[in-house]
Design a protein around this ligand. Sequence first.
Ligand code: COA
Ligand code: AMP
Length: 635
Amino acid sequence: MPNAYDAAYRHSLQDPEGFWGKIAEDCHWFEKWDKVLDDSQKPLYRWFTGGVLNTCYNALDFHVDDRGRGNRTALIYDSPVTGTICKYTYSELRDIVAVFAGVLSNHGVTKGDRVIIYMPMIPEAVIAMLACARIGAIHSVVFGGFAARELATRIDDARPKVIVSASCGIEGQRVIDYKPLLNEAINISKNKPESCIVYQRPQKQAILVPGRDTDWEAATKSAAPVECVPVAATDPLYILYTSGTTGQPKGVIRDNGGHLVALKWSMKAIYDIDQDDIWWAASDVGWVVGHSYIVYAPLFKGCTTVLFEGKPVGTPDAGVFWRVISEHNVKCMFTAPTAYRAIRREDPQALLLHNHDLSNFKILFLAGERSDPATIQWSEKHLNVPVIDHWWQTETGWAIAANCMGLHAFPVKYGSPTKAVPGWDVRVLNPENQEMPAGEIGALSVRLPLPPGSLPTLWENDQRYIDAYLKEYPGYYKTADAGMIDEDGYIYVMSRTDDIINVAGHRLSTGAMEEVLASHPDVAEAAVLGVHDELKGQVPVGFLVLNAGIEREPGEIIKEVVSMVREQIGPVAAFKKAAIVKRLPKTRSGKILRGTIRKIADNQEFKVPATIDDPAILDEIRQVLAGIGLGQTDK
Ligand code: COA
Ligand code: AMP
């Protein structure tokens, strides 16, 4: 007898139209689709062409008007940094969103216009996202930890009519002014928005620019609620920029129809969440996890979602996750392993857990980076629930591989996010585009078409989408992760094959950091690579080769490049370590041997590459790394 997972998986690949078409009937459509899977523009695929719907309707109005569940709590805002807990029912949230959609309309925003949202973890960020969806505008949320220049790059690419922001964010004990960053980003961008709507937080009020900025509260007082605007299933719901291999981020597009169908289904199939459950994804609305699992999927499902403004430690202590789980009766939570590493470091015996009743807590889900077995085992031991690693990317929008807890719970194998999720035909390929045998490492790839909810293309750039993801392995989507699949179908994700690194669950491009370092007037050449870090998984380290004749104090130059990365990319890059070297180790063809440097830094065994131009340089690298506390230090 096949289990529910096996049956669903087989059905999803053998008959994707039948599989997803049936699931889509669980959603609200103004007009039914003509075609479930449209492959007329191969290799670009579209889901539910001809279908007409509204994402906000499905997230809010549907539960209020069609299902009579308006009194159910939709959102719990829990903010230890401001001492606030606040709840919104589906009816309340719908009404507030409808009015803010009216505010956007009053600012001239209509279907297809872009709106950038640059906000901290407050309900207004969720309200702004849903209000965009309500009127068919395309939102692009920019994470608050990015600097003005990163925001400006996104403004220039998305060309928003309006930017919605807040006066400040709160990082632990610190109040971070958002408005000066926003002003600077608009100053340096080429495509200025027509207006900004600013939510004034009591912790710090911002000075508004007359004629451009409007106060959120004042604007909502004079706005009337608006109804949901029908959009095509294939219309974009949002653009989410993610790190590519250069300083120019990729604008990942999410459509309305496929996104709704896949995400709503995933809440039960993967996370075992029903409409009466309380769900918590401790991430940030600026990341894909925040889009999919703080905002959209739980609201499509009609359950309760927790919006947490705080950190796993220090707000006020390493017991805050347990407090939130018990206080709100959370059934399942989702976060990055780094958050649990931070808790474990502060409270290794989990003593703070004893102050809370976690008897209703059922499953912990981890993603965003490789889950190290030690963190999983610590969490299993202390929480006494299954700890489920799952693998996905900004591009995919939801999990490629997981232990689908609502279908069939497989035994956990540490180091593996379990099996391909229904809809995802995962294969391991060699450079000749051939499948590798079980247990052998290669390029983790997904056979086309990708399932609904995954990116159909990049914003205004089909060619970049094809070049970056579809070209190298014809017929497949390149995940840019290397890994293997074992005899039992368990997938193992080992490392990225490009220069993306994962710092505390945040995805960053070392290429973008290298561009910043290389722009320093004294720097001739730079390399940045991610080295292992106990807490954050990886942290970036820079290597600088100076221009001939520079005799300045090395420490000064390092300080300058560290602050350049902070100012130009943002504090979230956590770029704090750099070293000056005479030369970088390279192959004879001039390729920097990043893998070798990383192995020295991580104190792993390595072979001196046969192609290296000058093996002696590795000794200098070893000494330099020891000087900044990395690699084999003489202790
Ligand atoms: N606005 C402004 N600044 C921000 C910010 C935001 N939204 N988010 C982070 N920053 C800043 C931090 O203040 C910090 O600045 P600092 O260098 O001056 O201290 C820097 O960016 C790095 O932040 P962070 O990565 O959060 O590191 P941390 O040391 O403050 O905390 C952890 C470490 C592990 C507790 C934290 O990274 C964490 O909770 N991670 C979970 C990640 C996560 O949820 N990822 C989403 C994918 S599921
Ligand atoms: P992001 O786009 O920020 O979600 O980052 C996606 C990348 O994070 C993936 O390509 C992987 O390299 C890594 N990643 C995410 N989840 C996992 C996981 N469960 N195991 C290993 N790596 C992961």
